[in-house]
Design a protein around this ligand. Structure first.
Ligand SMILES: [Zn+2]
Length: 253
């Protein structure tokens, strides 16, 4: 049988896609805690993601009132859509560090057709580079500081994406305590979670869904943490330690 050039190239593509699809490692979640010294001092870190969507002003107003520092991961998308949020953050840079959550909130997984939590990944490394560097540029031009940390959308990564993000000069911001599951948890569930907060935990939560229970749940949980003597720090004030429970199983995603 004789195939046309077009047919041959289609077969090659199909075959390449198949190979690609069967050799990708499962995206990993980077888990990290504060280094032992910080744990001994009862320190914990609050990190807040501003993915896309809106500005949860109630949550930031609570943090400002209670003088709780936080490390805020913003996308360019969020900065562009939330001028009020930008103003509040810029007025409180003694309390808030601002770090890179990308340009358009695209997960750091490489390969056409791959998704995580319904979000499509990047077709190639060049697109990942753009996501990381344009996110950083937006922070520098809007907030006036250069980010040091990167957290990808969905907080899941391919190993090759981690290598590239590190090469671009950014540390991956892991976490150990998922407080609001992407702003989907109800208030009581968030408050209950905080009963299990440990010294050294790096909390991840969201500040882009004011319609969720996150502000109420976090305010209550963080208040309890303060009463228990936890001390809040930003990621730029402490050393972090990676936890050895990253998932590296291979799959067909
Ligand atoms: Zn996000």
């Amino acid at each position: 049988m004789i195939f046309s050039t077009r047919q041959l190239s289609l077969f090659a593509c199909t075959s390449l896609l198949f190979c690609h699809a069967t050799t990708h490692a499962k995206p990993m979640e980077v888990h990290a805690r504060l280094a032992p010294q910080a744990r001994a001092e009862n320190k914990v870190a609050l990190t807040l993601d501003a993915c896309s969507g809106r500005f949860d002003e109630d949550l930031l107003a609570f943090l400002i009132r209670k003088r709780i520092p936080a490390t805020i991961f913003v996308t360019k998308k969020w900065l562009d859509k939330n001028p009020r949020g930008v103003t509040v953050i810029k007025s409180n840079l003694d309390l808030f560090a601002v770090e890179d959550h990308g340009e358009k909130h695209i997960p750091a997984i490489i390969g056409s057709g791959r998704t995580v939590y319904g979000l499509a990944g990047e077709p190639d490394i060049a697109h990942l580079q753009r996501e990381v560097t344009e996110g950083a540029k937006a922070i520098t031009s809007t907030i006036g500081i250069a980010p040091q940390w990167y957290r990808g959308a969905s907080a899941k990564y391919d190993a090759e994406a981690i290598t590239e993000i590190n090469r671009l000069g950014y540390k991956i911001a892991g976490f150990s305590f998922n407080a609001d599951h992407g702003a989907t948890l109800r208030k009581k569930a968030i408050v209950d979670k905080f009963k299990r907060l440990q010294p050294g935990d790096v909390i991840i939560a969201h500040m882009n869904k004011p319609q969720s229970d996150s502000a109420q749940g976090l305010s209550s949980g963080l208040n309890d943490a303060l009463k228990q003597g936890f001390v809040f720090v930003r990621l730029d004030q402490v050393e972090m330690q990676k936890m050895p429970d990253q998932k590296t199983k291979r799959d067909k995603s």
